[in-house]
Design a binder for this molecule. Structure first.
Ligand code: UDP
Ligand code: MG
Length: 325
């Protein structure tokens, strides 16, 4: 068996050494015990600190270490995709570079993989998270699961082992707007969840801020179906029905009592509410059009600056990658 471990890194100079040491310890012991080959692929997602130099250092004394350096920061989704496309393992583990995903879980994941599971998923509890964050994310998952067809679970992220056929399924999905939590769930296969205690980041900062999280949240809702469009349609129907009922009511009132001029409140309410609903609806449609626009351009998901992986695919890719190995 071959194992690939993918580590997406973006400005992780502070944590990557301890991460590598811990990972190496776990994997070298487990691989000799269970006799499998392994490769550790670090994907440098356009870091501007010394992350890449440190990875190259590892690679000098450890020939299991491979790296892919992207030409700029493409985001973790793209970094993971780069890793998937260049991995050769029968099983592929994705793990963060900041030690928030404990490497000691990997041997257990491999056991379940050998038992026949295609996805072995690490699920964190919420120890150490603030109350507001916990409540907000619970609420978010409730809304998202109502809105989309696939099921997303709180605490489940990218830390997981995937079998080769799961990887192939992911690689067959060419969409540009990638929401991997959704993709992992969409491909299906037998999954096993193993729980671990939440680890807070020791070094460096999370690459997420409120704005990014908000966008990610919207992405999750819009990436998987067009239910928001249907909801808009229903909202339109309901508003129109209310409007018609109000017109009938006013007409009857006029016929019985006659016209009375004061109507400022009703008028302004109608304008504001209907205007608001229209703007939201246009916004939702706009979001979908924006997505169609980026999908049809069919740009590559990532561009490689340099790598030490020699694969047919890499050589074929050619243009845009000047430093060939
Ligand atoms: N990461 C990446 N590209 C990015 C942002 C993050 O490759 O644009 C990597 C990062 O180096 C880390 C992992 O993705 O290994 C998770 O990032 P982070 O710790 O910031 O996210 P969090 O744990 O807060 O969800
Ligand atoms: Mg993290």
């Amino acid at each position: 068996m071959n194992l690939t471990v993918l580590i997406p890194c973006y400005n992780e100079a502070e944590s990557i050494r301890s991460m590598y040491n811990e990972l190496k310890l776990v994997i070298s012991e487990d691989s000799s015990k269970c006799s499998y080959n392994y490769e550790l692929i670090f994907i440098d997602d356009g870091s501007y600190d010394t992350t890449l130099d440190i990875i190259k250092e590892f690679q000098q004394h450890d020939n299991h270490v491979k790296y892919i350096s992207l030409s700029r920061n493409f985001g973790k989704e793209a970094a993971m995709l780069a890793g998937f496309s260049y991995s050769i393992g029968d099983a592929v583990v994705i793990i963060d570079a900041d030690l928030q995903h404990p490497p000691r879980l990997i041997p257990e994941m491999i056991k379940y993989y050998i038992d026949g599971y295609d996805q072995v998923i690490g699920k964190r509890n919420r120890t150490g998270d603030s109350k507001t964050k916990t409540i907000l994310s619970k609420l978010y998952y409730k809304i998202v699961n109502y809105l989309i067809d696939i099921k997303l679970t709180d605490g489940i992220g990218d830390f997981r082992l995937l079998s080769r056929r799961a990887i192939n399924a992911i690689l067959s999905m060419h969409e540009y707007n990638r929401f991997s939590k959704g993709i992992f769930s969409w491909i299906g296969f037998d999954s096993k969840i193993i729980e671990y205690k939440n680890q807070t980041r020791v070094n460096g900062d999370s690459k997420w801020n409120l704005r990014k999280l908000f966008h990610y949240g919207i992405d999750g809702i819009l990436s998987f179906n067009n239910k928001p469009l249907t909801t808009t349609l229903y909202l339109g129907f309901v508003t129109a029905m209310c409007g018609i009922l109000y017109v009938i009511y006013s007409l009857i009132r006029i016929l019985i009592i006659g016209i009375d001029t004061p109507g400022y409140f009703t008028l302004i309410t109608a304008i504001l509410i209907i205007g608001g609903i229209q703007l939201i609806s246009i916004g939702i449609i706009g979001q979908y059009i924006g997505r169609i626009y980026s999908e049809i351009k069919m740009r590559p998901h990532f561009i490689i600056k340099e790598t030490n992986i020699i694969s047919q695919k890499y050589i074929n890719q050619g243009a845009g990658n000047d430093k060939k190995p």
